[in-house]
Design a protein around this ligand. Structure first.
Ligand code: ADP
Ligand code: MG
Length: 288
């Protein structure tokens, strides 16, 4: 996954659970080496998107209906999940999902199983994880279930890094964490990216995600409704009001400024390729 090929290219992805389409014709790109975020309220389809990329949707009773996913120019369509990990894509699932009874050390070891590596590479991966999250070295022999929520999130991220991914998929890493711990996770994401790993971050915490990402997409009821550079989304009145909790008067004043400052923000357009032309305006969800 070297060079200028995007770390991830999702094209016209439709996926769901039985008759329910949780994603409709979603397209997005994570450029090589970038952090890209997908914002959206509860039930918008964020986890479904990550599961479709990691090919784990069927473990949740779902399936990809149509569309393509490629990583560093290589298609992932039809691969089993272990081959996706071997191709350089690791997912940190929603709710962390660490193995509570296993030690911290063994959780990390499990993460390394997904990718072929010699002993030196594994030791390097472990050193990287311990440097990022020293608490995982200090508590190596303890059962993972004894860690705090934030430490478990560190372990879940560390476990994913043990497969030495080129693209890391993060499903709401800040969920349920105190602000200070969420900020520490954000610092770690920045550092991981600084070391060359591309990141697709899905979050309800838009303020945190927009600080980390260079590009952002808004997902609403399974469709991309807004996308653009993260700084421009952060300045958009709609995003500020609905995802950043900014009150209307501020948003209106800022929006006037943002419109002149940031004319490039691309809005959902029924006439554009990928638009379905039938998005009801009232299917909205409010978050915090
Ligand atoms: N395992 C599942 N079985 C059936 N429907 C599901 C399942 N998981 C999610 N859904 C539905 O798919 C839609 C998108 O959910 P999800 O991707 O979990 O959203 P988000 O992660 O943005 O909260 C929701 O309507 C949700 O109820
Ligand atoms: Mg989710």
């Amino acid at each position: 996954m070297q060079g200028t090929e995007p770390a991830l290219e999702v094209t016209d992805l439709t996926a769901g659970y039985g008759p329910v389409h949780a994603l409709r014709r979603v397209s997005l790109t994570v450029p090589a080496g970038a952090v890209v975020t997908v914002l959206g309220g509860n039930g918008a389809g964020k986890s479904t998107l990550l599961r479709a990329v990691s090919r784990t949707l069927r473990f949740h009773g779902g399936a990809v209906v149509s569309g393509t996913v490629s990583c560093g120019g290589r298609p992932l369509d039809g691969l089993p999940p272990d081959r996706v990990v071997a191709a350089g894509v690791s997912q940190v699932p929603e709710g962390r999902q660490v193995f509570a009874r296993m030690t911290v050390e063994d959780n990390l070891r499990a993460g390394a199983l997904g990718r072929r590596a010699d002993r030196t590479e594994r030791a390097q991966a472990l050193r990287r994880v311990h440097a990022l999250f020293p608490v995982l070295a200090d508590r190596a022999r303890q059962p993972a279930g004894l860690l705090s929520g934030g430490e478990q999130q560190m372990l879940a991220v560390g476990r994913a890094l043990m497969a030495r991914p080129e693209l890391l998929l993060l499903d709401e890493p800040s969920l349920g964490l105190a602000p200070l711990m969420a900020a520490r996770i954000a610092d770690a994401i920045r550092e991981i990216n600084g070391q060359g790993t591309a990141v697709l971050l899905v979050e309800q915490n838009a303020a945190l995600a927009l600080r980390l990402a260079s590009r952002a997409y808004v997902l609403e009821v399974g469709e991309v409704t807004l996308s653009g550079p993260a700084a421009e989304l952060a300045a958009s009145d709609e995003v500020r009001r609905r995802y950043l909790g900014v009150v209307d008067e501020d948003a209106a004043a800022d929006a006037a400024r943002a419109r002149t400052d940031h004319p490039a923000l691309s809005r959902w357009d029924p006439a554009a390729p990928g638009g379905t032309g039938s998005r009801p305006r009232d299917r909205r969800q409010e978050t915090r």
